[in-house]
Design a protein around this ligand. Structure first.
Ligand code: UD1
Length: 416
């Protein structure tokens, strides 16, 4: 199993280019199932989840021609309307094939995602929405089996805000008969990116990016070209790394407008930040100030940045309160950070961190994608060597992270 060896204590300096967003790429790749024409995507990140999605679509009969950071998807001959357990269990986002398969082919079998390291993460809202649109759904042998002659439009109000739930129902609605209104919809930028791609394919969608999305179904979609938006979580991760380790870095190809809450917190921590078009420059000298964080749906502070800010707080001046409101059990990184000497107390969904001057390198284990990123950041500020084990989590959702951090001056190496 591969690990990362990190020597702490090096400042970050230089420029790094931001990759395409995992959470936009995955739903948009699933949108290729909605048409028999070719969908050409650019700026696809090179990471395991994208490769898993390519494999899943290929298993269904989608023809995929890949080149560097781009791919063309042709779903002219789809012959297997199924997402099997072994794929859904490694990548929950595989649930995103449910809406497109059902609305175009009238049937889908998708494995239930099952347990997940960051909480139970059910898919009841996806199912409820599809039933409201006329689907018949049975859970059998651990699979969601959905059928519908043709889905029809419906008014659907989400009980709670779900990103992939919004995306799945939006994709189902684009080929449904009539008008669908999604209320209390997710406002994440990745939902807008998916909507933009669907609109380029001929869909009629209004309101993406607000909490009310209206979709008028059409009888068919056509091919399109789309460039996947830059990854705001990768952007935030590099910025937090530089704020914790100190230095002067510039992100290029970033989407500044998607990072408001993260940039605000970094400024509060003492970072000097300048933005210019798609470039973000961060300068950090001295020790960061502790910052309180409360996760909530976009545009509030993202749960996918919680673990990285926890790492920053471990070496900050003062104490911080971090509240996780989206996922239960998303504090798995805490006990690993404690192995590095961090002082953290957890009570329910709240963590209190007392910043210390220095962490001490140790062997730690990655437990989920963003927890892994927090351990890498902690390793970069710890004294001596930190070994991060189980980095397959990191490889799922970051493109060449150790190469990118090394190019900024971090001492980080992949070992067997
Ligand atoms: C997406 C992101 C993930 C991010 C999360 C929250 C992708 C591929 N993944 O995950 O990186 O951390 O949004 O920003 O885009 N819920 C239910 N029933 C449902 C669906 C969700 O109870 O049917 C609950 C979840 O357990 C969770 C909350 O709703 O507590 C939000 O989850 P959701 O927005 O659906 O997360 P994902 O879309 O899975």
């Amino acid at each position: 199993m591969q690990k990362l060896s990190i020597q702490g204590g090096y400042r970050l300096n230089g420029e790094v280019r931001i990759s395409g967003a995992k959470n936009a790429a995955l739903p948009i790749m699933c949108a290729s199932l909605l048409t028999q024409d070719a969908l050409h995507l650019d700026n696809l990140p090179d990471m395991h989840d994208v490769a898993t999605m390519v494999k899943l679509l290929q298993q269904m009969g989608v023809q995929v021609d890949t080149s560097t950071q781009a791919a063309t998807f042709s779903a002219a001959k789809v012959d297997k309307l199924e997402a099997p357990y072994d794929m859904v269990k490694t990548m929950r986002a595989a649930i995103l094939v449910l809406g497109p398969l059902l609305t175009r082919f009238g049937e889908a079998r998708v494995s239930l995602p099952g347990g997940c390291a960051i909480g139970s993460r059910p898919v009841d809202l996806h199912i409820k929405g599809l039933v409201a649109m006329g689907a018949e759904i049975h859970i059998e042998h651990g699979y969601i089996h959905a059928t519908a002659k043709r889905l029809h439009g419906a008014r659907i109000c989400f009980d709670l805000i779900s990103v992939t739930g919004t995306e799945n129902l939006m994709m189902a609605a684009v080929l449904a008969d009539g008008i669908t209104v999604l209320e209390n919809a997710a406002r994440e930028p990745e939902v807008i990116d998916l909507a933009d791609c669907l609109i380029a394919m001929g869909a009629k969608i209004e309101g993406a990016g607000s909490d009310k999305i209206t979709i008028e179904g059409v009888s068919e979609l056509h091919g399109a070209n789309h460039s996947v938006m830059p990854d705001r979580i990768e952007s935030g991760t590099f910025l937090v790394a530089a704020a914790a380790a100190g230095g002067n870095i510039t992100l290029t190809g970033a989407r500044v407008d998607t990072l408001d809450s993260v940039l605000e917190k970094l400024r509060e921590a003492g970072a000097k930040i300048d933005v210019n078009a798609d470039r973000i420059n961060l300068v950090m000298s001295g020790r960061p100030q502790a910052v309180n964080v409360r996760t909530a749906p976009y545009p509030a502070f993202p749960t996918d940045m919680q673990a990285q800010f926890m790492a920053l707080n471990t070496i900050a001046q003062g104490s911080a309160i971090v509240v996780e409101t989206i996922f239960e059990n998303r504090f798995m990184h805490v006990q690993e950070l404690q192995r590095l000497g961090a002082q953290i107390e957890v009570e329910g969904n709240t963590a209190v961190i007392l910043g210390c001057r220095q962490l001490d390198g140790a062997t730690v284990m990655a437990t989920d994608l963003r927890a892994s990123a927090s351990l890498v950041i902690a390793g970069m500020v710890a004294q001596g060597e930190t070994i991060v084990d189980r980095i397959y989590h990191l490889d799922r959702g970051y493109e060449h992270i150790e190469a990118k951090l090394s190019s900024l001056g971090a001492k980080i190496q992949r070992i067997q």
